[in-house]
Design a protein around this ligand. Structure first.
Ligand code: FAD
Length: 939
């Protein structure tokens, strides 16, 4: 790419981010107390100019002041441009206003392009005021729900400035795309999309001529949890890369605009959180308390010199060379309407919707496969086009936000609000100040073909649900003082098109944990497929099915198109069945797919091959490269012959023989009501007798409540059926607060594991801790004759007196054993003796002096926590020195303070040495220095 162009693009992007930041700061009056408000997002102000005498085209998004209206750029590909939306709560939002220059006095007919989004009731109506005079027509009332021009009457205007205002009349999602003032009173604007675009171009001077805007090695389209790691990985591996994103921020569903949290295998399995780029970003998020992933992704992307980030660009077409090769993508600037062409050799579709593939003619699937097609017993008997619904999201809220007004508030729903089942609602409602992930439309509504209708349906459901909460919910008295304060307008999508690769991952691969030879990553979230009827499923509940799965592998062949030669794919549109998407779609699982696709794309560029050939010829290289960059692939370990550390002798100042888990290890992350039996299992450890068990409970009751814990022994992890009774102990939970409640237990324990079972207790919550001792797990719902449902990787908060202590093998050689996380019972790390004070050191001695210029270090950021919630993980090395031995003395290579990352790479001028040493001076809290891996290279 030309450097000047690249600088210009980079400057443009920076200007955009700066503009966003400025807008959010400047517009604090509209900030809600919940999180970053995206209402500040607007098109840079552009004066209205006319290119054709007697005709003035004014885009609504060019209004100088949006008032209470919001810009909506989600549907540019369907209706031609951005528009303004009066996303209110039933009270009209304040006027959007602007002033234009009328070149010559005369009579002008006003045309307004608008849409009645639900003609049975015409919820969103508005007027246009021209110099204070209302249009003779009300807009948003029509017999059809398509976008169309409506005449607003004739205005007598003097030359000079004229004020235009959009006056919302209903407060219910009125929308306005553009206005035209025409002196020819018989002029009628075109209604077809190409005609509209041509007319906008003719009247405003906007060029529709595609601009050649850059050439790259790799183009990634879509910057969600898959796209950002894909772009960063490609750039880090030397490919000149562009990331084209149609939103103003990065992150897709995980952005600050929408707000979906990142889950993955770690939410269901012990020590299974995804590493690599998503861990790096997640650690930044936690460290600096960013609410979601936009900012961490931006920080990492901006640090890559090979990466150009282009926001507000919607890819709407591709240019091909031959039937099977993409040459370029065409992107529309969602704000200005300008068209850019970006060329590349390899493309990665990370749009979630598979748009790039679709434009290129890639094979794809939509909806549910039949049971017979893949032999999946969870699939329906017949194939159909049903997909999982998305949710209305914005400002980190799902569905809506409601606040306590301090006085009773009645609610009368608008007549167009969805009518939800009131008798058999089928959902346990935990909290009503915001909506829930199951506020979904029916799966027959097509988020792809008619995305605006899909979003509008979710708006209807939100108001219908609030009606349920206020007027029908059995516990509605608790919501009496609450009122809606915000309803988002973004549709966070869950399932649309899936592109077909050389392999389609299916249910059995997942449930049987097939270890594919070309595996590049893994998953472990359950087969969580939502009910095809969405919120209308009533008593059948929100899931179609949701069985737990083991850790399974994902093959590289799911990541490139079966029929487009230079197209990789990563995201929820990867090559999997509808059933398999139930587990693959979580963002922690998708991010490593992105990292794998980006790495593969860069390797394709380097080797001059396409993705399929790369997989056939160099899958082991790809796998080893991913491991080197901290991606975890089950069953594969570091076998990189270039890693000079692998053959070293390793020794350390000390090693831990026991691991301790005490009260300071308990970090609360959530809580569950004791509305059923709940239990936790922990290892007994080296102490054969505990004085007491401390359980972290929160009571909402106003009086102390007695809870009786049953304590039992077990022989195997997860064996909640074991009945080696150690006794029942009753303790009192104090009222109105959370406290560690002490359950005395002075009894010898013979079994290797202990589980603690609390019965259903009204008004008491058992807090969950972010991480647990090894071998721990939790279970719920069992007891008496009912089986327990066991959840690995999650723990109810518990500790013991004396603190749990269990033997571990944390030998120094673990740093070169090829594994970089705890797997099963094997720690795979070096930990210094917690009874020895820091600093502690670990040393690698090679059989002969070697040249080294790069060292890769992998620390412990506790992969046993499911989310990136802990700001500074205690187990992580904080301050350390890296040194080499020159034959007589140790010489410095790197000195770091304040580290919070798992993976650190140090590059330096080459040294010739037989010895490397890492000295850990401080951790973020742990008494041991903990290191999973040390690699050394001459690169
Ligand atoms: C309500 C809800 C709750 C969920 N809960 C969870 C959860 O708890 N944990 C979890 O991990 N996952 C959850 N998911 C699933 C998860 O959010 C999605 O599966 C995931 O975001 C898909 O990631 P992606 O990168 O493929 O797509 P996205 O996150 O959608 O990112 C794709 C990006 O590409 C952009 N794009 C699309 N088309 C184009 C184009 N033509 N040109 C340029 N850019 C384009 C989009 O605007 C978007 O920003 C949830 C989903 C929903 C809807």
């Amino acid at each position: 790419m030309r450097p000047a162009l690249s600088r210009w693009l980079a400057g443009w992007v920076l200007a955009w981010f700066a503009a966003l930041g400025w807008a959010a700061e400047a517009d604090t009056s509209r900030l809600l107390p919940f999180g970053p408000e995206m209402a500040g997002f607007r098109k840079p102000v552009r004066p209205v100019r006319t290119s054709v005498e007697g005709l003035l085209w004014i885009d609504a998004e060019d209004f100088a002041d949006y008032g209470g209206w919001r810009i909506d750029t989600q549907f540019v590909h369907k209706m031609g441009s951005a528009y303004l939306l009066a996303a209110g709560l039933g009270t009209p939002v304040s006027d959007a206003q602007t002033t234009i220059e009328i070149p010559a006095a005369g009579r002008y007919r006003l045309w307004v392009r608008t849409r009645d989004w639900f003609p049975e009731h015409s919820p969103g109506r508005f007027e246009v005021l021209v110099d204070g005079k209302a249009s003779e027509a009300r807009f948003g009332q029509a017999s059809s729900d398509r976008w169309q021009w409506r005449s607003g009457g004739v205005f007598e205007l003097a030359a000079g400035p004229v004020q235009l205002a959009l006056r919302d009349r209903t407060g219910y999602f009125a929308r306005c795309d553009a206005l035209i003032l025409a002196t020819d009173l018989n002029y009628v604007p075109p209604e077809d999309l190409p005609g509209i675009q041509h007319e906008r171009s003719r009247l405003t001077g906007l060029s529709l001529e595609p601009q050649d805007s850059g050439e790259f090695d790799v183009i990634v389209v879509g910057a969600g949890s898959a796209g950002v790691p894909a772009a960063i990985a490609a750039a880090r591996h030397g490919a000149v890369t562009a990331l084209v994103q149609d939103r103003p921020v990065l992150g897709g569903n995980a952005s600050v605009e929408l707000g979906v949290g990142i889950s993955g295998a770690g939410s269901r399995h012990a020590n299974a959180r995804e590493s690599g780029i998503i861990e790096e970003a997640g650690r930044i998020k936690a460290r600096y308390r960013h609410p979601r992933m936009s900012e961490p992704f931006r920080i990492l992307a901006e640090a890559e010199p090979n990466l150009t980030v282009l926001v507000n660009r919607h890819v709407f077409a591709v240019e091909m060379v031959g039937p099977q090769r993409i040459a370029a993508v065409r992107a529309m600037d969602t704000l200005s309407g300008e068209i850019h062409v970006y060329r590349a050799r390899q493309f990665i579709d990370c749009t979630g919707d598979g748009w790039v593939g679709y434009f290129a003619g890639a094979e794809y699937r939509l909806g549910r496969e039949s049971r017979e097609e893949f032999g999946e017993d969870l699939a329906p008997p017949e194939a159909d086009r049903i997909t999982m619904s998305g949710c209305l999201m914005g400002n980190l809220a799902v569905g809506y936000q409601a606040m306590d007004t301090g006085r009773p508030v009645d609610y009368a729903p608008p007549p167009w609000a969805a009518k939800l089942p009131t008798e058999d609602f089928g959902r346990a409602i935990r909290g009503f100040t915001g909506g829930h992930w199951w506020l979904e439309h029916e799966g027959t509504i097509d988020d792809l073909a008619n995305p605006e209708q899909a979003r509008d349906e979710l708006v209807r459901i939100t108001f219908g649900y609030w009606d349920y909460i206020k007027n029908h919910w059995p516990e509605r008295a608790t919501a009496r003082n609450y009122d809606l304060v915000y309803v988002p307008h973004g549709d966070a999508k869950r399932e649309t098109r899936r592109l077909v690769g050389d392999y389609v991952l299916k249910q059995q691969d997942i449930q049987q944990a097939v270890m594919f030879p070309d595996r590049i990553s893994y998953g472990g979230w359950s087969l969580d497929v939502h009910h095809p009827r969405g919120i209308y499923s009533g008593g059948e509940g929100p899931f179609d099915y949701n069985p737990p799965v083991p850790i399974y592998s994902i093959p590289y062949r799911c990541l490139y198109s079966v029929n487009i030669d230079n197209l990789l794919l990563a995201g929820r549109h990867a090559s999997v069945t509808h059933v398999a998407l139930g587990t693959v779609r979580v963002q922690g699982t998708l991010a490593p797919l992105g990292q794998a696709a980006g790495t593969a794309a860069a390797m394709c560029i380097e080797r001059g091959v396409d993705p399929r050939q790369l997989g056939r010829e160099a899958i082991a290289d790809l796998q080893q490269t991913l491991l080197k960059h901290d991606q975890y692939i089950p069953g594969l370990r570091n076998e990189d012959p270039a890693d000079l550390a692998r053959s070293a002798q390793v020794r350390a100042s000390s090693s831990a023989a026991v691991e301790r888990f005490d009260r300071s290890s308990v970090v609360v992350e959530d809580e569950h009501p004791l509305n059923m039996s709940r239990a936790v299992m922990v290892p007994r450890g080296i102490h054969r007798q505990w004085r007491s068990i401390r359980i972290l409970l929160r009571s909402t009751r106003s009086e102390p409540v007695a809870v009786t814990a049953r304590i039992l022994g077990a022989q195997q992890v997860g064996q909640f059926t074991a009945d080696e009774d150690l006794g029942s102990v009753t303790a009192s939970v104090p009222p109105g607060r959370a406290a560690f409640v002490e359950f005395p237990l002075d009894k010898p324990i013979d079994s290797p594991l202990v589980w603690i079972w609390l019965p259903k207790t009204e008004g008491v919550f058992w807090q969950l801790m972010a991480s647990g001792p090894h071998q721990a797990c939790r279970a719920y719902g069992g007891g008496e004759s009912r089986p327990w449902t066991v959840v690995e990787g999650q723990y109810y908060a518990v500790c013991t007196e004396p603190p749990l202590a269990y033997p571990v093998a944390c030998a120094p050689e673990n740093v070169i054993n090829g594994w970089t996380r705890t797997i099963g019972q094997t720690a795979n790390l070096w930990a210094s003796d917690p009874d020895e004070t820091l600093p502690q050191w670990i040393e690698l001695e090679m059989s002969r002096p070697v040249r080294i210029n790069t060292v890769y270090l992998t620390f412990d950021t506790d992969m046993n926590t499911s989310h990136h919630t802990i700001s500074l993980v205690p187990q992580t090395v904080r301050d350390y020195r890296l040194s080499w031995f020159d034959g007589t003395e140790w010489r410095p290579l790197a000195y770091e303070t304040g580290n919070f990352q798992r993976r650190r790479v140090h590059r330096f001028a080459p040294v010739e040495t037989a010895k490397l040493r890492l000295t850990v001076e401080a951790t973020n809290g742990d008494r041991s220095a903990r290191v999973f891996e040390i690699r050394a290279y001459e690169e």
